[in-house]
Design a protein around this ligand. Structure first.
Ligand code: NAD
Length: 295
């Protein structure tokens, strides 16, 4: 039996982080300034704390100054917006990232819309979302960007391929659709109300799973040789109570059928953080009037 090639997201992300460090070094030499990223964490959501810490560590490795803003979970929406306003005005900061999800009493659309679009390194501001759909220069959301970068390691040309995206969230599924269309894929979206997800997936050259449903995509959903990108990060503690995460793809059965597959962990996750660094450097260059670096 021939098993799928495992796409090593950790290695690809390390290469991107090295590139980010090079660009940061060049910025320092040419402008005497360090790029800066502010992460805003509201409340004490455990997974969010882990993500924010990982982002801070990645900044340190790429010589990007990290500003770790922690705010109480009962902060008012107006106060949070005014904190972001301060970060928008702070010259040391090139990127502002508000860690999602926000507490239920805060409207995420208002908060994401209050970030200066030039500092919106997550690419969630409506202006940047519109630019993405119109194919204009923008900030490409980090996780979808990481997926496309991994896909490109397998397919130099995506044109004409049938890509199925499972999930239609604003942060993963929808931007992925925009990016895949730009790459001339034929795109189908599967979501929670889709009736024949397995059948649709079987016709795909590329399946990207972002549903938050552990092990949902099985081997018999996959066309032989297809490429499978697993975005899911689902907590699945071991019987001994040790922390562990699994993806949306049943790795064992799918790797017997697919041509290439990303693992969880070690696939899309590390790429998301590397792309955040790249977006921060892109924002830093643009704010200093420097041409976008080749990445
Ligand atoms: P979400 O809950 O906002 O959206 C999930 C989407 O999946 C929805 O659009 C829903 O319609 C669809 N869906 C749910 N159940 C389905 C089903 N049975 N069949 C088909 N579609 C279904 O989630 P999200 O924020 O987009 O995240 C999705 C997954 O990706 C989660 O596991 C999340 O932890 C993970 N994630 C990973 C990264 C990363 O860096 N790797 C980043 C963001 C999210």
């Amino acid at each position: 039996m021939r098993l799928a090639t495992v796409i090593d997201g950790t290695a690809h992300a390390a290469a991107l982080r090295r590139r980010a460090a090079e660009i940061a070094g060049r910025l320092r030499r040419e402008t005497g300034t360090a790029p800066g990223l502010a992460t805003v964490l509201v409340g004490d959501h455990p997974a969010s704390q882990v993500y924010v810490r990982a982002k801070g560590r990645a900044c340190a490795g790429a010589e990007v100054s990290a500003f770790d803003i922690r705010l109480p979970g009962d902060i008012s929406e107006a106060r949070l917006a005014s904190e972001i306003e301060q970060l928008n005005r702070d010259e040391r900061i090139d990127g502002v990232l508000v860690q999602l999800p926000l507490p239920r009493h805060i409207d995420p659309h208002r908060i994401l819309g209050s970030i200066d679009p030039a500092k919106d390194v997550d690419g969630f501001h409506p202006l940047n979302v519109g630019r993405l759909w119109n194919g204009l220069p923008t900030m490409i959301p980090c996780t979808p960007q990481g997926c496309i970068r991994l896909l490109r390691t397998v397919h130099i040309d995506l044109s004409g391929r049938h890509a199925v995206v499972i999930g239609r969230s604003n942060i993963v599924g929808k931007p992925l659709v925009a990016l895949l269309l730009q790459a001339d894929c034929t795109v189908t979206v599967v979501h929670s109300k889709t009736r024949n997800a397995d059948e649709i997936c079987r016709s795909a050259d590329i399946v990207i799973a972002a549903a938050g449903r552990p092990g949902m995509v099985k081997g018999d959903w996959i066309k032989p040789g297809a490429t499978v990108i697993d975005v899911g990060i689902n907590p699945a503690p071991t019987p001994e109570g040790r922390g562990r995460v699994v993806g949306d793809v049943d790795f064992l059965s799918v790797s017997e059928i697919a041509g290439a597959i990303t693992p969880v962990p070690g696939g899309v996750g590390p790429m998301t953080i590397a792309c955040l660094l790249l977006n921060t450097l892109l924002a830093a260059c643009r704010r200093r009037g420097i041409a976008d670096p080749a990445i």
